[in-house]
Design a protein around this ligand. Structure first.
Ligand SMILES: Nc1nc2c(c(=O)[nH]1)N[C@@H](CN(C=O)c1ccc(C(=O)N[C@@H](CCC(=O)O)C(=O)O)cc1)CN2
Length: 288
């Protein structure tokens, strides 16, 4: 068996095309959505991701607001930029690119954001709303993965899903989304403390690999026909991406997301969805 490719690039392109019309409609109502980004330091990966987010904005007609600080920026300097974006009416949603440099209290920065402008769904208020099943901006990578699986008709209801990783951008919220009634999956979360990862993986209908360990998921650990989502980003000595999923898994899985070209573009598309939805809420509130 050779796995069907879960093409994140093509799926994201379709989402962006639909968003272009919604942004045009918002502009006709007098509201131009604006995405702000806060980038601290000079990590090449983060610089690339933020540049991609602004390229996407230009494609769909969302205004861009870019704030960059050096790696030496203090907690106070970063928080001052967050306050500035909270108060800027042209910025309808924004993100703080993670990770922040060592020594910065990331949680304090996230908590300072205006939850109504949190385009990443990572503010504690919005994560709490997710727990309570209340409307909230959805964390971009987890919901991007669900959208990708739906696009290719991968059944979530009743599926056994193994999420590998427990980081804030994916691992923490992925099970919350997958276990909603609308998804109805059964989730096992694995991490560095898991005793027998292989035993869990072998049971999985869907694997979400977000550990950041190159080729952690081996063909012999994957059930025939499973869907495998590769979220891990490590780099080899030439700078090329090495995912969490061993290339041999393609011969066993039913579906596989390429890396690059899978989950990354879906993360960016979901960010735009969050920005547009927040702007639509603001436009409706202003009209009533
Ligand atoms: N504030 C946030 N920080 C981070 C998030 C996040 O969702 N919010 N997630 C990751 C990084 N990330 C988003 O910011 C991200 C990762 C990958 C891509 C992407 O488009 N990747 C391309 C490949 C790009 C390359 O060649 O390096 C792909 O997969 O095709 C976009 C966004 C951590 N931080």
């Amino acid at each position: 068996m050779t796995a069907q490719i879960l093409d994140g690039k093509a799926t994201a392109a379709a989402i962006k095309s639909e968003l272009t019309a919604r942004v045009a409609a918002l502009k006709e109502r007098g509201l131009t959505p604006g995405l702000g980004t806060v980038l601290v330091g000079d990590d090449p990966g983060s610089q690339k991701y933020v540049a991609g987010k602004h390229r996407d904005c230009a494609q769909v007609g969302i205004a861009s607001i870019q704030r960059e600080l050096p790696a030496t920026a203090t907690q106070d300097e970063i928080e001052a930029v967050v306050r500035e974006l909270n108060d800027d009416p042209a910025c309808t949603g924004y993100i703080v690119q993670l990770p922040l440099p060592k020594g910065i209290d990331e949680n304090r920065v996230l908590e300072l954001m205006d939850p109504a402008k949190d385009a990443d769904g990572l503010h504690p208020m919005n994560l709490g709303r997710l727990v309570l099943n209340e409307p909230a901006p959805l964390p971009c990578t987890p919901f991007g993965i669900i959208t990708l699986l739906r696009q290719y008709g991968v059944e979530l209801a009743g599926a056994e899903v193994v999420v590998v990783g427990r980081g804030v951008t994916i691992g923490r919220s992925m099970p919350l989304l997958l276990t909603r009634r609308s998804e109805n999956a059964t989730v096992t979360q694995c991490h560095t403390g898991t005793r027998d990862l292989s035993a869990h993986l072998k049971q999985a209908d869907i694997i979400v690999a977000a550990a950041g360990v190159p080729h952690l998921i081996k063909p012999e650990d994957v059930k025939q026909g499973a869907a495998v989502l590769d979220v891990g980003v490590s780099r080899d000595e030439t700078g090329k991406i090495v995912g969490d999923v061993h290339p041999g898994v393609r011969e066993v899985a039913g579906w596989i997301s390429p890396n690059p070209g899978g989950v990354g573009p879906m993360t960016r598309a979901q960010l735009l969805v969050n920005v547009v939805e927040a702007a639509e809420r603001a436009a409706s509130a202003a009209a009533s």
